[in-house]
Ligand binder design. Structure first.
Ligand SMILES: CC(C)(COP(=O)(O)OP(=O)(O)OC[C@H]1O[C@@H](n2cnc3c(N)ncnc32)[C@H](O)[C@@H]1OP(=O)(O)O)[C@@H](O)C(=O)NCCC(=O)NCCS
Length: 225
C-alpha cells in the first residue's frame, strides 16, 4: 500500500490549486490504523476522541482529524499542529486564518474523505453501504417526494446511499446543518443542484460518496488511492 497522504502528492496539489478555475481535490485515507501521530491534535480534538467508549472509535476519530491536519498543513506549508479551526454557527469547521483554502471532511466505516479547494464552498459525504439502513421510513423522513420517486425507480441498495450522500454533500457545502429543512432541497445523483455542482465519487468498494461545490464547473480530481 502506498503511504497515505504522503508529502509529495500534497505539495503537488498545493501548486495545482492555484489554477483557474479553482480545482476540486478529493483525498481518501484509512482511519482504522494509526497512520498519523495523534500528537498533532488540539486539546479539544483529543477530548472529543476520548469521549468514545471503544478504542476502535477513538482511533477513527483521531486518524480522521490527524489526517485532515496533515493534508491541510501540506497545502498551507504549515506544521499540522499549528492549524487553528473555527466553527460556523451550524458547526461547519473552517480554517481560522483568513485564506482562500476551503475544505470539508466526512468519515464512515474505515475511511475519511476530504475535499479541498480555493474560493469555493465545498461539501463532501462518504457513507458505507449498509443494507439494513436503507429503509423506507428513513426515506420518508429525509427525502422530498421527487427524491422518493427517484429512489423507487432506481433498483439496488446503493441507490439509497447515492441519494443520501448527494443530498448530504449539498447540505454540508451550504454548512447550515440541520437548520435547512431536508425536504426544501431536492437532488438527483449524477446531476447538478444549481447553484451547486454535484458529482458522485467512486472512492472505495462498498462506499457511496458525493461532493458539492459552488462556482464554475470543474471535474473533481481524486488524488489518493
Ligand atoms: C454534521 C453533519 C453535517 C454531517 O454528519 P455525518 O454525515 O454524520 O458525518 P460526516 O462524517 O459526513 O461529517 C462529519 C464532519 O462534517 C464536518 N461538519 C460538522 N458540521 C458541519 C456542517 N454544519 N456543515 C458541513 N460540515 C460539517 C465536521 O468536520 C465533521 O467531522 P469532525 O466532527 O470529525 O470534524 C450532520 O450531522 C448534519 O447536520 N446533517 C444534516 C442533514 C441530515 O440529517 N441529513 C440526513 C439525510 S440527507
Amino acid at each position: 500500500m502506498i503511504e497515505e497522504l504522503a508529502p509529495e502528492p500534497i505539495a503537488n496539489a498545493r501548486r495545482e490549486l492555484l489554477r483557474e478555475p479553482a480545482p476540486v481535490h478529493i483525498w481518501l485515507w484509512r482511519t482504522d490504523i494509526e497512520a498519523f501521530p495523534a500528537d498533532v491534535l488540539s486539546a479539544s480534538e483529543r477530548a472529543a476522541a476520548a469521549r468514545f467508549r471503544f478504542p476502535r472509535d477513538r482511533t477513527r476519530a483521531q486518524s480522521s482529524r490527524a489526517g485532515l491536519r496533515r493534508l491541510l498543513g501540506g497545502y498551507l506549508e504549515a506544521p499540522p499542529e499549528s492549524l487553528v479551526f473555527a466553527v460556523g454557527a451550524e458547526g461547519k469547521p473552517r480554517l481560522a486564518s483568513a485564506g482562500a483554502v476551503s475544505f470539508n471532511l466526512s468519515h464512515s466505516g474505515i475511511y475519511a474523505a476530504a475535499v479541498v479547494s480555493r474560493d469555493r464552498k465545498v461539501g463532501i459525504d462518504l457513507e458505507r453501504v449498509r443494507p439494513d439502513a436503507a429503509g423506507r421510513d428513513i426515506a420518508a423522513r429525509f427525502f422530498s417526494s421527487e427524491e422518493r420517486a427517484w429512489l423507487e425507480a432506481t433498483p439496488g441498495v446503493e441507490a439509497f446511499f447515492r441519494l443520501w450522500t448527494a443530498k448530504e454533500a449539498v447540505l454540508k457545502a451550504m454548512g447550515t446543518g440541520l437548520s435547512t429543512p431536508l425536504n426544501a432541497l431536492s437532488v438527483r445523483p449524477g446531476e447538478d443542484a444549481p447553484p451547486w455542482n454535484l458529482r458522485e465519487l467512486d472512492l472505495a468498494p462498498g462506499y457511496a460518496a458525493a461532493v458539492a461545490f459552488d462556482g464554475p464547473p470543474a471535474e473533481p480530481q481524486i488524488l489518493s488511492a
